[in-house]
Write a new protein. Structure first.
Length: 115
């Protein structure tokens, strides 16, 4: 069964760093494009960063230069390194992929940045 499991969220002060991990299992493999989304209270879910199977990346303007998405295909794991965190980065962060036209989401991990 396909599954995405996030970890690494937590509480951090503004200016700090966190690294999120997303472990994929089942049929999800290194050939899948994967991404991180986030959803803050009262707001729509938004794309944070996306990475293809060949490690081409796309970032939201709000995180460019601060966040880095990467993947370890041998471990079927995607990472999001978040530096210089701001209070407006506070949200639940979700891992995502699409396979055979089906969207798969992780359960989410909370990131809270205090000012």
């Amino acid at each position: 069964q396909e599954q995405l499991v996030e970890s690494g969220g937590g509480l951090v002060q503004a200016g700090g760093s966190l690294r999120l991990s997303c472990a994929a299992s089942g049929s999800i493999s290194s050939s899948n494009t994967m991404a991180w989304y986030r959803q803050a209270p009262g707001k729509q879910r938004e794309l944070v960063a996306r990475i293809t199977s060949t490690s081409n990346t796309v970032y939201a303007d709000s995180v460019k230069g601060r966040f880095t998405i990467s993947r370890d295909n041998a471990k079927n794991t995607v990472y999001l390194q978040m530096n210089s965190l701001k209070p407006e980065d506070t949200a639940v962060y979700y891992c995502w992929t699409i396979m055979w036209g089906n969207n798969y989401w992780g359960q989410g991990t909370q990131v809270t940045v205090s000012s």
